[in-house]
Design a protein around this ligand. Sequence first.
Ligand SMILES: [Zn+2]
Length: 348
Amino acid sequence: MLLRLLAVALSFCVSLSIRAESPHAATIESTLASDGDRIRQLAFDGDKKSYFASAKNASASDHFTFTLDKPLVVRSIQVLTGRPDGSQKLTAAALEISTDGERFEELATFRAGAAAGKPKDEKIRAVRIQLKKDLKHPLVVREIVLDADPALAVFKHPVEFTVDASDAPEMKEWAEKSARICERWYDRINDELKSPRFQPTRRVRMTIKKMKGVAYTSGTDIVGSAAFFKDHPDDFGAMIHETVHVVQSYRVPGNPGWLVEGVADYVRFFKYEPGKIGPLNPRIVRHDGSYRMSAAFLAYLTEKYDKELVRKLNKMMREGEYKKEVFQKLTGKPLDKLGEEWKATLKR
Ligand SMILES: [Zn+2]
């Protein structure tokens, strides 16, 4: 934790920051809470069998809105609703589009659960299902199909972050924004840490409460300090770091803490916010110094020895196969030697 605070104190070096393109430039929001694992992103996962379902019956004022970060040319839109058995199809509702994400116009109406249309406008920013009367059943959205140019990737690892800011209500808006960023980065994080047969969780809880420190993760629960994020409202990277812990999903003992934290900060500083890591002091730096130090060490090894190094280390830690000797296998050199070698590069 001390190291973590030290590292945060070093984060003044923001001028160099180049925000990497978010791989998923889309967000799905709704006035309706999801029913368990029937999360919103399942409406845009390329699979017509999986679907979003609301926990409660939908009412006339409810909506389900798909928003793009940047307007895109959309040639056609098709939306399918109702459960795969044919029940709970939508009828009294409009399929709406928006060029600015604020003002919507009707493109089509739902008939027998489906709506489709071709937008006339050049670029579309948002697509919305707007109900027109109360339903006697939940809203069920099976799939939104967009023919867009350029094509928009579907959510490969659908996820939903549920925010609890009851202990610090003034942080609710910040937490919701942070949650949407982490949702958008979930596919990318899973790609960086993929391993055979691993299925990441679909539900993550993000709690902001009054506590000391910055943030921590336990299983699929991320907890952040209200005071810290009030003082550091731009530090979404800290929540990306915690989201990496959720994806790491290391359930076995024996993984060294420095490497677990190093992988989390590697994804944060070398994928999410390259350039933001700040300077490392060559006099005190250690490869097993955790957080940023270990992240920079992993980046060095990745560049010099093995582009898949972090994926391989993650797989081993996830499956309980990690031993220090794997560094020798992966690079031909023992860990301590690699640490010295990396340190020497910093002194130049
Ligand atoms: Zn951590």
